[in-house]
Design a binder for this molecule. Structure first.
Ligand SMILES: [Zn+2]
Length: 397
């Protein structure tokens, strides 16, 4: 078995909160990290580093767990750059452009969709993302949703069935029939290729009754629940997510006190956070020129917060987690440490994963070496490509 030593790490973010006096990021200094068979097997002082078959010299730089992007829509065709330009010229975002992408996606061949997914997955990896969730939702027929999930499943285990993204045009006059299709034949065909089910619960998409029906059917089929909630205005999504035990409610831009209280009520007795995570997607507010969610309010209420890209061709065409970290710090009241935690360990919580988002013996050897001495530089030097090297499953990429 071949071993790899990452040596001379100046600052190691472990996200193991009890590692000495390292704060919530569990920071350790002047350490080395040994990898075998895709897992971290040892972390200790650099002077005690064991011999290894291969060695990477971090030269005193910061090393962090790979980013966990828990919300992305990568299976689509075409782009909507013209719509973006119109929005920047003053046209509001309504979510209606999703249907434009549905048309292009249905018309595309498998190879075209596969090439886009692989290109975006590689782009994210270069920016430090080692775990990514990918949703369907631009097919909206049984066959197109299934092929979207199959193609997503070629690059991730965290696939999400989002047949309830919008009601497609051909069902515009009979949304109840479309909900019946999603809960019945579409879910039966999609479930073998999905780990999660998601609904866009928003005015103009699916209301609380439809969302509850779809998510409940998904749970009965063995899928975990997550949902798009409270993005464009106040609504029932967050409270519905809590009611159903969702792993995550995503967007959380427009919250009432009742929504915040509902999320806070999912805290366990051990004070290690909430079982329903609030996943914030600041790329969407950036790209739609909308007010950002108030992360400070959520954190102060003890709610576990994750950051993700929402990478999609309409409302957030970025695969960059460092960009999201910088936005969260500059615009959403998060400290750099809170934002880095939310983009790594927080994303792992949102996917109910314990093997990623953390660096300790037994964890996956998913990490990034920065061209910087500290995690602070991710927000302090926005727009700069600071990820020098990524290890994914212990393999340098
Ligand atoms: Zn989304």
């Amino acid at each position: 078995m071949s071993s790899l030593l990452v040596d001379r790490i100046g600052e190691l973010v472990t996200n193991v909160a009890d590692s000495g006096t390292g704060g919530p990021l569990g920071i350790r200094r002047n350490v080395a990290l040994l990898v075998e068979a895709g897992r971290v097997v040892w972390i200790g002082p650099a002077r005690d580093a064991p011999a290894a078959d291969h060695r990477i010299d971090a030269e005193g730089a910061a090393v962090l767990p790979g980013f966990v992007d828990s919300h992305a829509h990568l299976v689509f065709a075409g782009d909507r750059a013209v719509e973006f330009a119109a929005r920047m010229a003053g046209r509001p975002y309504t979510g209606g452009g999703i249907r434009t992408t549905v048309g292009a996606t249905r018309a595309a061949g498998d190879d075209e969709l596969r090439a886009t997914v692989r290109r975006l997955r590689a782009e994210a990896l270069r920016q430090g993302t080692t775990t990514i969730e990918i949703k369907s939702g631009y097919g909206l027929t049984v066959a197109d949703e299934v092929r979207s999930l199959r193609i997503a499943g070629e690059v991730t285990g965290d696939t999400t069935f989002l047949g309830a993204h919008v009601v497609p045009t051909e069902y515009a006059d009979r949304p109840d029939d479309y909900v019946g299709l999603v809960c019945g034949p579409m879910l039966r065909a999609a479930a073998p290729y999905a780990r999660w089910i998601d609904v866009f619960c928003e005015r103009g998409a699916f209301d609380a009754d439809h969302a509850r029906a779809i998510l409940t059917c998904g749970q009965a089929a063995g899928l975990g629940v997550r949902l798009h909630a409270n993005q464009l205005g106040p609504g029932p999504g967050v409270r519905l997510g809590v009611e159903l035990g969702a792993a995550s409610v995503d967007h959380c831009t427009h919250l009432t006190d009742a929504d915040v209280d509902a999320l806070a009520s999912t805290a366990g007795p051990d004070r290690t956070g909430t079982t329903t995570v609030a996943t914030l997607l600041p790329g969407a507010e950036f790209s739609t020129r909308s007010p950002y969610p108030d992360a400070r309010r959520l954190l102060d209420a003890g709610i576990t917060v994750a950051l993700a890209t929402d990478c999609n061709p309409g409302s957030s065409y970025t695969s960059s987690m460092p960009f999201c970290v910088a936005l969260a710090v500059r615009e959403m009241g998060m400290t750099p440490a809170e934002a880095v935690w939310a983009a790594t360990a927080g994303g792992a919580r949102a996917l109910r994963r314990t093997d990623v988002g953390v660096l300790r013996p037994g964890a996956r050897a998913d990490l990034m070496i920065l061209d910087a001495p500290s995690h602070l530089h991710l927000a302090y030097r926005p727009g700069v490509p600071l990820v020098r090297q990524v290890l994914h499953d212990g393999v340098p990429r």
